[in-house]
Design a protein around this ligand. Structure first.
Ligand code: GLU
Length: 304
């Protein structure tokens, strides 16, 4: 397959969408990002790398970090994790409170904010040095020792994080949060603030694409079936209330973030990461969604 040529043509094709939508501005530090950037990178399980555009530029991975924290929580708790957080699609926006209230404080899945806040609580409680352990895990997955948190983004999100604070309070009320609300929220925002490029993320997501190779990074050991289940949750829950649309148009498991990134995997073939900050109404990258739709159309490769 001529992936490099295909990526070049995708880069040209998505230009017709340039300027549509806007970057997330409810996190003040993200509003400063130049919205007119676009990068894409494919990393095959054989080690071939193809990239175009701004694939080396680090960006705020935001909710893509929820895949990494889920991997650690599964390692720590095994199937007991599912007693605190579900694994069904939510069909609601990423920061919705209504469903959480109706379901008595058990979040639908680990990829909506409520679920990820519970996962952050578990990491805080069970890891010996949560902040260091989490970042070292990502550094090892991506092979890049320079990856780090952006404390300014985390702080700026906390300043305006009224909805996430409401979610944490509701979780606490329902006895599904063991830590102190402020501490858990701080850690959750920190996890979202990690900055990585398309190339870094593509390398890191290879571990999820290649589920037949033993997953063992920085003390996180997952079985092949646990890795497959993380992919299953990406497929059904990775795009907020647009998970169905992403399955319909693209047909790969993936996870998006409000920084404009999308990481996806074609199991046992490759990982692919695209980034462009302008988002649609549901919080997903407009050019990113289109690029991946074009990728699976032009290559005729998807899980379906
Ligand atoms: N830090 C963001 C929030 O909690 C993450 C949202 C996202 O990327 O979906 O609102």
């Amino acid at each position: 397959m001529k992936y490099q040529e295909i990526l070049e043509s995708i880069c040209r094709d998505v230009q017709s969408l340039a300027g549509l939508g806007k970057q997330a501005d409810y996190i003040p530090a993200l509003a400063k990002v130049n919205p007119d950037q676009f990068g894409i990178c494919i990393h095959s399980i054989h080690g071939d790398i193809y990239s175009e555009g701004d694939a080396d530029v680090p960006f705020s991975i935001q909710s893509i970090s929820k895949v990494f924290s889920l991997a650690i929580a599964l390692n720590l708790m095994g199937d007991d994790l599912w007693e605190r957080v579900g694994k069904e699609p939510s069909g609601t926006s990423f920061n919705s409170l209504i469903q959480l209230e109706a379901e008595h404080g058990k979040p639908r899945n680990p990829f909506i904010n409520a679920g990820a806040i519970v996962v952050a609580d578990i990491l805080l409680e069970k890891l010996p040095s949560p902040k260091e352990n989490f970042i070292e895990f990502i550094r090892e997955l991506s092979g890049n020792p320079h990856i780090d948190y952006n404390e300014e983004v985390a702080r700026s999100e906390r300043e305006k994080g009224y909805l996430n604070a409401a979610i944490a309070n509701l979780l606490k009320y329902h006895h599904n949060l063991n830590g102190e609300i402020e501490e858990v929220l701080h850690f959750y925002f920190l996890l979202c603030s990690v900055e990585m490029s398309c190339k870094d993320l593509a390398k890191a997501f290879l571990a999820f694409a290649d589920h037949k190779t033993h997953f063992s990074y920085h003390g996180v050991d997952l079985t092949s079936s646990q890795v497959k289940r993380i992919n299953a949750i990406m497929q059904t829950c990775g795009f907020y209330d647009e998970a169905g649309e992403f399955s319909f148009l693209v047909g790969l498991p993936g996870k998006s973030g409000v920084g404009g990134g999308i990481a996806a995997v074609y199991p046992m073939r490759y990982s692919v990461v695209v980034w462009s900050p302008r988002l649609n109404q549901k919080g997903n990258s407009i050019m990113g969604m289109k690029a991946l739709e074009l990728l699976t159309t032009k290559t005729r490769e998807s899980i379906f």
